[in-house]
Design a protein around this ligand. Sequence first.
Ligand code: 5GP
Length: 121
Amino acid sequence: MSETIFTKIINKSIPADILYEDDEALAFSDINPQAPVHFLVIPKKPIATLNDLHSDDKALIGHLYWVASHLAKQMGFAAQGYRAVMNCNEDGGQTVYHIHLHILAGKAMGWPPYQAQLKTL
Ligand code: 5GP
């Protein structure tokens, strides 16, 4: 997999507002926030898309969600709620090919994200 901007953030060769770090994961504020709170939780292991997960990555993905909930409690929006979403490939809206969990909070999120157009016969 070719290097992405997130590898540079992991290596600290470019700056980011880092919220959490351990041996396996990193969380940092999104540079272009789409909600009052918007950060990304990424594995340090470079995995391009959800489609590239192997069975031995299952615990790692669980860990990303644990980091998200840990930060939600620490930052004080856990009870109010939040969106945790991973985009995959073009139709999913993925632009950086190093998997990342978006955490969005601080306002009520809309659902569904796509409203199918109703056909009138
Ligand atoms: P995607 O569209 O792949 O699901 O999400 C990629 C996210 O990464 C976007 O929300 C975008 O704003 C964020 N992003 C892209 N480049 C950078 C960067 O250099 N620093 C930070 N902090 N976020 C970035």
